[in-house]
Design a protein around this ligand. Structure first.
Ligand SMILES: NC(=O)C1=CN([C@@H]2O[C@H](COP(=O)(O)OP(=O)(O)OC[C@H]3O[C@@H](n4cnc5c(N)ncnc54)[C@H](O)[C@@H]3O)[C@@H](O)[C@H]2O)C=CC1
Ligand SMILES: O=C(O)[C@@H]1CCC=N1
Length: 272
């Protein structure tokens, strides 16, 4: 990574997180460029990270080893088709767009080496996790570049098949929102049980943080950690029984299935 030059197309939330991670890892500002049509966004990212910003995507990718596509899925086709005449065959394209396949990108860009990945928003705090998939055109050195890019903001995991990215999107790409939903629901339930809202929120948040730390650092799995909280005939057992009687596991499976299905559906709807 020490000399790799990286260009970001789209400088929104996810791109800014990745840029922050790369800068924190010691990449020089001169190694990173980004383009965005929003003048305010360009000024903000420039002020935060000191990198050169462009309104023109083609200008931003000049001389880059890695081109990161960080625009919304709906913008991918137009962005790729406009970039095609300016891309060099040796430039690695890394896409973080949900539900846009490598085949679609190859149709729009030509036979470019592509790594498709799915990061998540905790990347902002360098606590992200990403799944990565590389096409056959990607060299070993380029795989390493892509891995280093995503490792700058968390853990990077390689996948065997591109289809697995639909599952990664369902589990970890969208996953932070499920935990936020649980935090919202537990806070509201605590308030209904008579706690002041702020107290319910603090109790919920610290519990989420503590439980996540325990699950990450413990040498036993989540099921065993849950058993250790659950005294026979106690309060936790009452709650867990209530969750399970209402089909908690099936509910989670159905929701993640819906996310994975939407990822595959987006590929069909936006891929031509
Ligand atoms: N937000 C999330 O939790 C995650 C998002 N993603 C993917 O990351 C991508 C970006 O998402 P966010 O950063 O959340 O969106 P965002 O809306 O914050 O950023 C997109 C940026 O692209 C810019 N843009 C629009 N048209 C452009 C063009 N023609 N050329 C260059 N830039 C253009 C916009 O001005 C905006 O700043 C999406 O494809 C999304 O699927 C992936 C994982 C998680
Ligand atoms: O909701 C979405 O489509 C994007 C992809 C994963 C997280 N946010």
């Amino acid at each position: 990574m020490s000399k790799t030059r990286i260009a970001f197309i789209g400088a929104g939330n996810m791109a800014a997180s990745l840029i922050g991670g790369l800068r924190a890892q010691g990449l020089d500002a001169s190694q990173i460029r980004a383009s965005d049509p929003g003048a305010e966004q360009r000024a903000k990212v420039n002020a935060e990270h000191g990198i050169e910003m462009f309104a023109d995507n083609a200008q931003a990718i000049e001389g880059a080893d890695v081109v990161v596509l960080a625009v919304k899925p709906q913008a991918m086709k137009a962005v790729c088709e406009a970039l095609k005449p300016n891309l060099k065959p040796e430039q690695l394209v890394v896409s973080i767009a949900a539900g846009i396949t490598c085949a679609s990108m190859n149709n729009w860009l030509g036979a470019q080496p592509i790594v498709r990945c799915m990061p998540n928003t905790p990347a902002l705090l360098r606590q992200g996790v990403s799944g990565l998939y590389a096409t056959h055109e990607v060299t070993a050195a380029q795989r390493q570049q892509a891995e280093q890019l995503l490792s700058a903001v968390g853990i990077a995991l390689w996948l065997d098949t591109e289809q697995q990215l639909d599952a990664v999107t369902a589990v970890s790409g969208s996953g932070p929102a499920y935990f936020f939903l649980l935090i919202e629901a537990m806070t509201a339930a605590g308030e209904k049980l008579g706690l002041p809202r702020e107290t319910a929120a603090k109790l919920t948040l610290q519990t989420a943080l503590g439980a996540a730390h325990m699950a990450v650092s413990s040498d036993v799995d989540a099921a065993e950690l849950r058993r250790r909280v659950t005294s026979p005939a106690g309060t936790t057992e009452a709650a867990i029984k209530s969750f399970q009687a209402d089909g908690f596991e099936a509910l989670v499976e159905k929701a993640l299935g819906a996310a994975a299905h939407r990822s595959a559906e987006m590929a069909e709807q936006l891929g031509n």
